[in-house]
Ligand binder design. Sequence first.
Ligand SMILES: Cc1cc2nc3c(=O)[nH]c(=O)nc-3n(C[C@H](O)[C@H](O)[C@H](O)COP(=O)(O)OP(=O)(O)OC[C@H]3O[C@@H](n4cnc5c(N)ncnc54)[C@H](O)[C@@H]3O)c2cc1C
Length: 383
Amino acid sequence: MDLFFTREDRAFRDEVRAFLQSELSPELRRRVEEGRALSKDEVVGWQRILNTRGWATPSWPKEWGGPGWTAVEKHIFLDELHRAGAPEPLSFNVSMLGPVLIAFGSESQKSYFLPRAANLDDWWAQGFSEPGAGSDLAALSTTAVREGDHYIVNGQKIWQGMAHRADWMFTLVRTDPQAPKKQMGISFLLIDLRSPGIEIRPIITIDGRHEVNEVFLDNVRVPIENRIGEENKGWTYAKYLMSNERTGIARTGITKRILQRIRTEATSLPASSRVIVLTETARLEAELMALEFTQLRVLASMTEGVPDPRSSMLKIKGTELRQDASELLLRTVGEDAREFTYEGEDEAPHDIASNFFTLRAASIYGGANEVQKNILAKTILGQ
Ligand SMILES: Cc1cc2nc3c(=O)[nH]c(=O)nc-3n(C[C@H](O)[C@H](O)[C@H](O)COP(=O)(O)OP(=O)(O)OC[C@H]3O[C@@H](n4cnc5c(N)ncnc54)[C@H](O)[C@@H]3O)c2cc1C
């Protein structure tokens, strides 16, 4: 493939930039750039603006409301969004649940849930991890037992991002505890979070934010028609979802924005320190450019709808670079990073220190980086 953007790609990039210029409010841009938590209304409002333009679901096929972009166009779009300080479409809805529904959902599940997910009429949470099942996700023990035309679900999930805002949760449950392998006997269920028997408890993380939660399920009744695909085949659908989740996780545009901020902050440093900071910034920029080319190569060679195991590489390098950039920013501003404010329930503390702490988790969620290295060793190096 051509690693440089074609004239059409550049024209597309200009179109995205013009759109962001006219549609993204300065207030929303400022809040994203300052790393503040966005309110539910802000996230929903922005996604609806994208949806009206037909851009809320970059990776969905046209048939289901996607824009029909090439891999390069998808990359350009997300990169421009991140650079401009615009929120990306809610990943739980758009890059996790959506592709699974399109590939494995029934016609009625697709026609009901997909338009609602695109327009954020439903906010989805991911109910995969459990206290005893993180990296070893197949060890999950939440059970779903059939009773007539319902499953009765019991168990505990943990680390559910934004579950306190969500309407629905896609989840993995054990439907056959006798299955010979732990990856078997798992099913993929869609659970309405307003169902009786669900309790959502907040977890406040070191950055002072409330993003993650524990979800307790006590005799929750879930209609059988809310199962995706076949019973006991949930692991296949989950693997597909997780690989899609990793492809978009490099988020090069966010790192570019942090590096740009470092360049701005560095102007107020004494010359000797400035040289050190700018040298380090240039090194990160070079690595970021290499990552971006790798991402384009992976995206271009991916057959439509078939996740590529090399997405694990993007996840590892993308998160490492974001972490390195946020650490360099922290070092650049020095003791100013100590200003650490908390503004109440729906507001997160903002600023550089909080974002530095937030990004420590990026190498853990979406599958810990150590585990991504195992995936690369097995699927690509054949070890
Ligand atoms: C901020 C945040 C948001 C999250 N959001 C969600 C969400 O919305 N929904 C959801 O379901 N989950 C979510 N998670 C959970 C996340 O997917 C898990 O934290 C992750 O899979 C790791 O699992 P664990 O925390 O149980 O750690 P463990 O699996 O116990 O791992 C602990 C350490 O051991 C290492 N390790 C484990 N196994 C191996 C191995 N085989 N080889 C080498 N090293 C290994 C890991 O790399 C890690 O460093 C979130 C987590 C965080 C921190």
